[in-house]
Design a protein around this ligand. Structure first.
Ligand code: LLP
Length: 386
């Protein structure tokens, strides 16, 4: 969706700030993913619900045939409500509480991605009480770095995630002795917003080594889950609205040696939904400071925290102005100096009432909203609904 394509007349009636999702782009993206993954035998794609759990989007993603990757009981509930079959739900997270594990057991989800021995013991204990057998995959920490922001890298030995590689064999042996868990897979995730395919190649190499070692012990798991992490082009949402899924899946097809019958699972979040969403905000005031000009808008970091939390760049457009370009700092109303969406950017001349689109905000935007300063949560609308 380029600047001229936003339905600004319809936007005038809505309370800002709000999220606007272009469902045509979402559907095209989903179709591209299914086509590219479908070229490789045994590739199965789950949507990482953490990126955006808006029910309108979840329904579309479920209809496209995706599974769901959840990290909390709340996400499992949201996925079930949106119609994802439990048999396509994976559940990860370093700190699963008892009610969340029980929810997964009661619904017979596809797999628990287990991150520690104490967690495995609790799952076995709770499954025993229900006389069920929980399907588990071990999340291993591959100690593979990723060229991305330090706050969103997860696969290094120093991170809290996963089981250390050296403990892999002992963990599997321990699980084999338990009656109410069945080891069905291995799980990995090295980080997010990764654009360099060599990071994924490094993960493939590590998994190949591991599988060789497992094979020496005559262990072959049903599936490998490589997590998510494919990034999007925040600089050019108009030029590159759909990430390069071909390069992504081809990398895995080329580099990862699957064993016969083994399936390869993915958990993509950002790459699925980022580009279809924009945060629409209204200009409240233009303030000329001593050194700069501020465009003060009605959205703040409570609505989109990525710039404040990760110094993330989001392209901003004034979608109701064709005035000559001026330079602005775009800031929100929250009483913190980190409440800044962009500094010293070019925008068509802004006036009170103008609508700005903060682009590529479909992933980790609406779902990370908070009510700090007693602010209202932003609503989400799709192009199907308005
Ligand atoms: N699987 C696991 C185990 C994960 O931890 C994550 C993301 C994903 C899959 C999905 O990753 P994706 O395909 O979206 O990169 N709030 C941050 C991103 C945090 C990602 C956390 N884990 C941001 O706004 O950049």
């Amino acid at each position: 969706m380029t600047k001229g394509q936003f339905p600004t007349d319809k936007f005038q009636q809505l309370q800002t700030p709000f999220y606007y999702y272009d469902t045509e782009l979402l559907r095209k993206t989903l179709q591209t993913i299914q086509e590219e993954a479908g070229k490789h035998e045994g590739f199965v794609v789950h949507y990482a619900v953490k990126a955006n759990a808006n029910p309108l989007l979840l329904r579309i993603i479920r209809q496209a045939g995706f599974g769901a990757d959840c990290v909390s009981g709340g996400e499992i509930e949201a996925s079930l409500k949106a119609g994802f079959p439990a048999s396509k739900i994976v559940y990860a997270g370093v700190g699963k509480s008892d009610w969340e594990i029980n929810l997964g057991l009661d619904n017979d989800i596809f797999c628990f991605n287990v991150e520690s021995i104490p967690e495995l013991e609790v799952i076995n204990e709770l499954a025993t009480k229900k006389d069920k057998v929980a399907r588990v995959a071990f999340r291993l920490n591959p100690n593979v770095g990723a060229h991305t922001h330090a706050n969103i890298t997860t696969g290094l030995a120093e991170n809290k995630f996963g089981i250390a590689m050296r403990d892999m064999m002992s963990v599997i042996e321990e699980a084999t002795g338990m009656d109410h868990v069945k080891v069905v897979g291995l799980h990995f995730h090295i980080g997010s917003q990764i654009l360099d395919m060599s990071d994924f190649e490094a993960l493939c190499n590590r998994i190949n080594e591991l599988q060789n070692e497992l094979e020496r012990h005559r262990i072959i798991v049903e599936h490998i889950n490589v997590g998510g992490g494919l990034g999007v082009d925040y600089q050019h949402p108009n030029r590159i609205p759909i990430p390069d899924f071909k390069a992504y899946f081809d990398t895995y097809a080329k580099k990862l040696k699957l064993r016969p019958g083994q399936t390869l699972h993915f958990e993509l979040g950002r790459a699925v939904v980022a580009q279809c969403g924009s945060l629409i905000t209204r200009t409240l005031y233009i303030k000329k400071g001593a050194l700069k000009q501020f465009c003060i808008v009605d959205a703040g970091f409570t609505d989109l925290i990525r710039p404040a939390l990760y110094q993330a760049y989001h392209k901003i457009e004034n979608i109701t102005s064709e005035e000559p370009v001026q330079v602005y700092d775009v800031v929100g109303p929250i009483c913190e100096s980190t409440d800044v969406f962009a500094k010293q950017i070019d925008l068509n001349g802004c006036r009170r009432g103008d609508l700005l689109a903060i682009r590529s905000a479909g992933a980790y935007g609406e779902i990370m909203a908070s009510q700090y300063n007693c602010r209202r949560l932003p609503q989400g609308f799709t192009s199907d609904d308005i």
